[in-house]
Design a protein around this ligand. Sequence first.
Ligand SMILES: [Zn+2]
Length: 326
Amino acid sequence: MTGSDGNFPPVGFLIHSDASLHDTGWGHPEHQGRLRAVASSVGQDLLALDGRVIQVEPGNIEEEDLLRVHTGVHLTKIRDAVALATRESRLVSLDPDTVVSTNSWKAACGSSAALIKAVKLVHDKELSTAFVATRPPGHHATADRSMGFCLINHVAVAARWLQANRKVQKVLIIDWDVHHGNGTQDIFYADGSVYYFSLHQWPHFPGSGAADEIGEGEGLGMTKNVPVEARTSSVTYCDLFLENFDQVLQSFDPDFILISAGFDVMEGDPLGDLCLEPKDLHFLTTEVIRCAPRGCGVVAALEGGYNPKRTGLGVKAVLRALAEVS
Ligand SMILES: [Zn+2]
C-alpha cells in the first residue's frame, strides 16, 4: 500500500462493521451513535486527505489472541451473557455500567481483530500509522472482569499479539482517556516488557491511578500515573503530558506505541471534566510521533468519548496528526 504520492505508506483507519451493532440502549452513554458520528466525521475528511488516510478492512481474531490477556472463564461469562441476551431479547448486565446484547461479542472481538490488523500492517510497514475505532471500549477490562463499559481489553490484546507474532519486545501504552485504565494497568502491572503511562482526571472513576501506583516485581517502574485535577487547563495538561512522556522515554525505549485514545478528555464530555480541544489532541499525537524512537510503530485505538459530535471531531484531529496534516 502506498499513499497518493506513491512514496510513503498511508495511514490506516479501521472500524469493524459489527462494532456499531453493540446495543446498550440509547439512554446509555456508550451508545451506538458514537461510532456513527466518528464514521461520519472521518468519512467526510477522507476525500480531503487525498489518499494519505485509507480505510482498511479488519481481519480475524483467534481465541488464542484473547487468551493471551483474558481468562477462559472471563470469555465464557461474556459469551453466556450474550447468549442469554439473545434468547430473551433483552440487555444483560455484567456489572452496574456494563451491558451486553446480541451483537456484543461480535463487536468486541471484531474491534480487537481490527486493532490486531492495524498493528500488523504498521509493524510490517504497509501502513505508516493507524487509528482504530474500537467499540465497546477496552481499557477498564481486566484479565477476568468486565467493567466500565469494557468487555475485551483491545490494547492489551494487540500488545500481546505483537510480542507473540512479531517478536516485538517492548510496548508502550499511552492512555489519555479521562478515566484511569485500571484494566490495562492491572494486566501489565508486574510485566517489565509493557510500560503503561496514563494521564487521567483525579479523583474520578474507577478510583485507581494514584501517582504511587508504579508497578511491581519485574514491572516496577513500568507504570506511570499522572492524576490531573478537574478543570485543569489544556495548556497545563499538555505540559504535564509532555514532561512525563519525556521521562517515560528516558527510561523505556519502546519498539511499539499503542495509544488508548479517549475523547472524554475533551471539553464538554458528559463523563469527564477536562478541557482539551481537537487541536490539543492533534498536538499531543504529533508530539508522540515526533518523539517516538526511529522505527517505532504508533497505533491509536478509540476508548471513551461520550459527546458523539465532539468525539467525531477529536478522532478527525488525531487522524490528521497521524497523517502529518494540519
Ligand atoms: Zn473514559
